[in-house]
Structures are given as C-alpha cells and as structure tokens.
Design a binder for this molecule. Structure first.
Ligand code: 5AD
Ligand code: SF4
Length: 439
C-alpha cells in the first residue's frame, strides 16, 4: 500500500466555496489526506472567488508564490478551482505554466479523473457546464464525525443578472438539487454529528427542487421537511433575493421552530434610481414592506444585508437614500462594498463615481451599520438565549458557540459539550462576541 498523498486546499470567498472544498477533498477519497500547509502538500488546490476586485490578479500572485514549491517537491501538482478558474479558463495555464489543473465549479465531479491525468504528467482543464448531477457523482465516502454546524448546497447559479455581478457568468444558470437528495444528505450529516445546517445557494430562496413523486418543493417546503429530522436542531439559509421571498417562506419563519431568527437579505442600495440601473427589479419601498411582513411573522428576527456604494452614477441623494433605508431596517449585520468594475458585466461600461467620494460614502455607511450592530448586540445583555456549542474557548471551563441570532457567544461556566444546545444568560457584550453564563 502506498502512503496517501497530501492535499492542501485554500478556500476563498463565500460559504459555497467552503462546501465545495469539502466535497472536493472527499471526492479525492483515500488517496489523499488533508494538510494545513502548502509547503508539505503533493496537491495544492486554490478554490477561488471572483466577486472581489482584482480577484484574478490576486490568484496569479498567489500562484507565483507557490511555484517555487515545485522545485522542492517534484510530485507537487497545482490546481485552480472556483469562479476565477471558470472566468479565466486556459488563460491561467498560459500565464502560469506551473498550474497543472483548472476546474470550474460545475465540473468538480470530474476532479478525480483530472487528478489521474495530471499524475501522468499531463495538464487538465474543464470549465464546462455539464448536464450531470455533480453532487451525486461527488458523493464522498467519508463517514467521519463532523462539526456541529455544516453547510449544505441546495441551489446554485443565478438568473438575475444584476448589472454589477459576475455570478451568473461564473456559476451559470439557476439549478436546484432534487429535494430527496438534499434530505438524504441532511440525514447523513445529522448521523455524523451535525446539529445545524445552513442551506446554501446563490439564490437559495429561488429553490425549486423535485420532491418525492415529482412534487415541486419550494424552499419553504424543503425547510419544513428538513425540520422533521430528529437530532437536527437548527436550520438557516443564505443568500436570498428579495423578489423570491414568498409568503410560504415568510410564514415558515413564524412557524418552524428550528428555523433560526436571522435572515441575510441583500438590498444593495436604497435608491430606486440606482436599483433600477442595477437591474435589481425591486424598489426600496417594496424591500421595506417585505421586511415588515417578515417581522410580523417573526418579530425578533435579526436582519443582515449587502450594500454597494459608489455604483456608477450614484449621486449624494442616492447615497442618502441608502443611509435612510439602513436607519429604517437597522441591520444586525451588514456587508458593504465599494463598487468595482467586473469586466463583461453591463455596469462595466458606465462612468465611475469619484474614488474619494465613494470612499467617504463607504466610511459613513459602515459607521452607521457598526453603530446598529453594537446596539443590537448590547440589547442582548440580560436576555436568555440558546447557544449551539461549537468548540472550547481559550479559558478553562469556557465554551464557544452561536446564538440563534448568529452572535458568537462565550459561555464562561460551561458544563455543556460540543454539539449541545444550551440555555444561557447574556452578561456582557464585547465588540465581536457576547459573554454568557449557562443557566
Ligand atoms: N462591486 C462591489 N461589490 C460587489 N458585489 C458583487 N459584485 C460587486 C461589484 N462588482 C457584492 C454585492 C453582493 C456581495 C456578495 O458582493 O453586495 O451581494
Ligand atoms: Fe449576483 Fe446576487 Fe444579483 Fe445574482 S442576485 S446577479 S448572485 S448579486
């Protein structure tokens, strides 16, 4: 028997990439064990993200840094996966010949065959959008225990074509996995110790999967079915589009105990003019009304969002409309980005807002959001919450986990173990976490 080779995967970007990296590692099976350092790996995979500025350039610099490792280990193979792989394709191997393998997100099930090919000294490139069910073909043989919280991809791709975004090009059209397979995977995760699943999709609430006997499962129906799994305590989902928040999903927030009171619902801007130019097909008003309905169903829900400032043609008045919307919603978490051009997207053709103006707007928006975040976090002090324990803390007797609202909680006198859901009283709010006592 030959010793397993060592696999190092570096994951950039969103939670879906985290999920994909796990599946890729599993699909390479027993031939590889994972290592945490690139320097002793026989296979390095960069699972890349294209959403941030100069994403491709950053990948090329990283590849430049990794290349000398090949001189130290002649067995080392280097691969690029993810959305930069999809966007750049063969160009990656042209610009950095040390790369042996390039695989786009829709071809991950072909990774084992590609790996065999590069072991023969050839290169392998696959950025197709094949028809097969890659998740089914990638099914890991792994039965090892899992951390209490796991991601589960249920939907991929996006048909929305927001004017700034590369996702519809790199991840392709919206595709939902069959509900039966999602349910089977959720059961399997629970058998392996998982207590919380976060259902993932670029447009997760647009989910429409085939259920038993051909039934059409919406996300709401899928959540209700997953909630029936014994041993599973919590369900979350991300990321959602306002236009796909249907009545059934809103109702589920009020009725399904296992569905956690946290919702990431990006709006991007508070100005109708800009929303239109972004091709978002909703208005600030319709978004606010939607949040009202969600809060009617689940009054304590903590909202989260994404914002882009400095979108082409954004005026001071447009930006103020975004500030007004933020004041009205009061997000518990929010991620704000300065617009940056993605070649090939419709907005790439438009004139940019002055960089200093955009920087200033970003700072103001972030200060406003941070203030709300602190306020909401501080409002938890004195309240009794439930925490899913994820790991032990730095101090003796301390355990760390997440509240139902996704706050990080340090429990000081914990008797609970990893995987338990315990009731705690919040005694203090720090900048990035809450301190609690088990009750
Ligand atoms: N510029 C800035 N931010 C962007 N996002 C997506 N594309 C761009 C871009 N070109 C942000 C959006 C999205 C989040 C994941 O990243 O806010 O919701
Ligand atoms: Fe990108 Fe989200 Fe818009 Fe789809 S809905 S194009 S993923 S920002």
């Amino acid at each position: 028997m030959t010793a397993p080779k060592k696999l190092f995967i570096k994951t950039y970007g969103c939670q879906m990439n985290v999920y994909d990296s796990e599946r890729m590692a599993e699909s390479l099976g027993d031939a590889y064990v994972e290592t945490k350092t690139a320097a002793d790996a026989d296979m390095i995979l960069l699972n890349t993200c294209h959403i941030r500025e100069k994403a491709a350039e950053k990948v090329y610099s990283e590849l430049g840094r990794l290349k000398p490792l090949k001189a130290l280990n002649p067995d080392l193979k280097i691969g690029v996966a993810g959305c930069v792989a999809q966007a750049e394709g063969a160009e990656i191997m042209r610009r950095q010949p040390a790369v042996d393998l390039v695989v786009g997100p829709q071809s991950y099930h072909r990774l084992p065959a590609m790996e065999a090919r590069v072991r023969e000294g050839k290169t392998a490139l696959d950025t197709d959008f094949p028809e097969e069910d890659k998740f089914e073909k990638m099914k890991g043989r792994g039965k090892a225990a899992r951390a209490p919280s796991a991601f589960l991809t249920v939907q991929e791709g996006c048909d929305k074509f927001c004017a700034f975004c590369v996702v519809p090009y790199t991840r392709g059209a919206e595709v939902s996995r069959p509900a039966t397979r999602v349910l089977a995977e959720a059961c399997e995760l629970v058998e392996r110790g998982v207590r919380e699943v976060t259902l993932l999709g670029q447009n997760v609430n647009a989910y429409h999967g085939v259920g038993p006997e051909g039934a059409d499962y919406t996300l709401a129906r899928l959540i209700r079915e997953i909630a029936k799994i014994d041993g599973l305590e919590r369900i979350r989902y991300t990321t959602s589009h306002p236009n796909d928040m249907d009545d059934a999903l809103i109702a589920a927030h009020g009725e399904v105990d296992k569905l956690m009171p946290y919702l990431h619902l990006p709006v991007q801007s508070g100005s109708d003019r800009i929303l239109k130019r972004m091709n978002r097909s909703h208005t600030a008003e319709s978004y606010l009304r939607l949040i009202e309905r969600i809060r009617d169903a689940r009054p304590d829900i903590v909202m989260s969002g994404d914002f882009i400032v400095g979108f082409p043609e954004e005026t001071d008045a447009d930006f103020e409309a975004t500030m007004d919307l933020v004041r009205e919603v009061k997000y518990g978490y929010a991620y704000s980005f300065k617009y940056s051009t993605r070649p090939g997207t419709p907005a790439a053709e438009r004139a940019l807002v002055d960089a200093a103006v955009a920087d200033d707007r970003l700072q103001r928006l972030q200060a406003l959001i941070t203030g709300h975040q602190r306020e909401i976090q501080t409002s938890m002090v004195g309240r009794d919450l439930s925490v899913l324990v994820e790991k032990s803390g730095r101090d003796a007797g301390q355990m760390v986990g997440k509240s139902e609202y996704l706050h990080s909680v340090h429990i000081d006198n914990a008797t609970a173990s990893v995987g338990d859901v315990v009731r705690v009283r919040i005694v203090d709010a720090k900048t990035n976490s809450l301190t609690a006592r088990q009750i």
